[in-house]
Design a protein around this ligand. Structure first.
Ligand code: AMP
Length: 192
């Protein structure tokens, strides 16, 4: 069972993906994590995308589609793949459909985590403060300025995917403002 978690930054996609990994043996494919890893390991691609990410803009479709292709080809997801933070544009959504078809796989559904902007800003700035309080460093893009750009990128480039998956009959909307446990339970219900 392959699923997409769709929603703005701070909606809880990563948290819920991790729960599905633990409970269903699924594999989380987060393009954000892959890009951050490329930066940490200092690959050419990582260097190329650093400034774009820090500003809160989307990196090119070509780069993220390439990353996803590699992971899909490597396989190994017993319970299926959870696409977290991908696709984020219509071109990425089309590419994902083609990749899955090539591999003889299908998409079970796209789960939209619905939240409101005020909560997102609170959650993300809270996540940055928690990271610092724990002696670490906040994500370079977890600041108010980049967050504005990330939200705008979401509304302009990613939110059209809600209509796209709805039209395909694949969309399930879930209240992302409920408690983490309730959101997880509602996702489980949507999947079963
Ligand atoms: P995330 O961890 O999903 O919030 O992603 C962090 C940043 O990585 C985003 O703000 C983008 O700059 C970049 N990114 C992650 N996934 C994608 C994607 N599917 N398409 C384009 N850029 C992405």
């Amino acid at each position: 069972m392959n699923i997409i978690l769709l929603g703005p930054p701070g909606a809880g996609k990563g948290t819920q993906a991790q729960r599905l990994v633990d409970s269903r043996d699924m594999m989380q494919l987060s393009t954000g994590d892959m890009l951050r890893e490329a930066r940490t390991s200092g690959t050419d691609m990582g260097k190329k995308v650093a400034a774009v990410m820090d500003a809160g803009n989307l990196v090119t479709d070509e780069i993220v589609i390439g990353l996803i292709r590699e992971k899909l080809e490597a396989g190994g997801a017993k319970g299926g793949f959870i696409f977290d933070g991908f696709p984020r544009t219509l071109a990425q959504a089309d590419a994902l459909g083609e990749l899955l078809t090539e591999m003889g796989q299908t998409l079970h559904c796209a789960i939209e985590l619905q939240v409101n902007d005020e909560i997102l800003v609170e959650r993300i700035l809270g996540r940055a403060a928690d990271a610092v309080a724990a002696g670490g460093t906040a994500r370079a893009d977890d600041n108010e300025e980049s967050l504005k750009t990330r939200l705008m990128a979401y509304y302009k480039q990613t939110s059209p995917l809600i209509g796209y998956y709805h039209a395909k009959g694949d969309l399930k909307a879930i209240d992302g403002l409920a408690s983490m446990d309730d959101v997880a339970a509602n996702i489980a219900q949507a999947l079963d």
